[in-house]
Design a protein around this ligand. Structure first.
Ligand SMILES: [Zn+2]
Length: 254
């Protein structure tokens, strides 16, 4: 979204559903930002509230009515080791603990925008599973697919989709060797199932910088990259991030 005619203010926020999204300033009076719709949001009208922050003061700017379009998500059946579907108590505890670590990182919002150029795919290869697909593992329905799967040979380099800071590096039950990159303003990208990781936490990465190599660690059926996007802690379709800075949007082009 692009908002014109904002007089003064230190920050502009968009409240949509139970999340708040930070906009960034393009010029004296123009701000731009992204908001993510929850996958479970019912189609129909929803309101988005814009507000301006001036020091400690928050003033409403506008209330917009958005139309959430319906979207159909296909179902995908997968076979993995039984222990990856029906978890042992130890694995359950481990997965829950790791999830808390990840949610905590994703809940942080760096005040500055750290990316400059439009986001790009982290590697090239066929997309084998789209965002939002309903996953059925060994016949058991599980949560929906939270990112984009790109098939590539083991060892293929994985690149940062945009500039940022490495927020988290870990070896997790579901996601294997994992890297999260903080792009600022509550926007994060995630890279799962890596074979090796080439970065450390707090390291700055350029757009296209190498993060690691494609692997099949964690709950994975073969070498691929799972690429995830999170905005204010909400899972978003990575393809929509690419499109958000396409020819029609974005403040700059590379
Ligand atoms: Zn995936």
């Amino acid at each position: 979204m692009t908002v014109h005619g904002v007089e003064g203010g230190d920050a502009v926020r968009a409240t949509f559903g139970d999340r708040e999204f930070a906009l960034w300033q393009l010029s004296d009076t123009t701000w731009e930002g992204l908001a993510a719709v929850d996958r479970e949001q019912a189609p129909g009208q929803a309101s988005l509230l814009l507000s301006v922050l001036r020091q400690q003061d928050r003033q409403p700017l506008a209330a917009l009515t958005m139309t959430v379009a319906p979207r159909e998500y296909p179902e995908q059946h997968l076979r993995v080791q039984e222990g990856m579907v029906h978890l042992s108590p130890e694995d359950q505890e481990r997965a829950a603990r790791e999830n808390r670590v990840i949610r905590k990182v994703l809940g942080r919002r760096t005040a500055e925008r750290l990316w400059q150029t439009p986001f790009a795919m982290p590697l090239s290869g066929p997309v084998t599973s789209a965002f939002g697909v309903r996953r059925v593992y060994n016949g058991t329905p599980k949560s929906y697919h939270s990112g984009l799967d790109i098939a590539a040979p083991r060892g293929a380099p994985v690149h940062a989709a945009g500039a940022g800071t490495v927020a988290l590096v870990g070896d997790y039950f579901y996601t294997g060797h994992t890297v999260f990159v903080d792009h600022g303003l509550g926007l994060y990208t995630a890279y799962f199932h890596l074979d090796t990781v080439a970065v450390r936490e707090e390291q700055q990465v350029a757009a296209g910088g190498e993060l690691g190599q494609v692997g099949s660690t964690g709950r994975s059926t073969g070498p691929h990259l799972h690429w995830g996007v999170y905005l204010s802690g909400r899972k978003a379709d990575p393809l929509s991030l690419l499109h958000a800075f396409g020819a029609a949007g974005g403040g700059e082009t590379p």
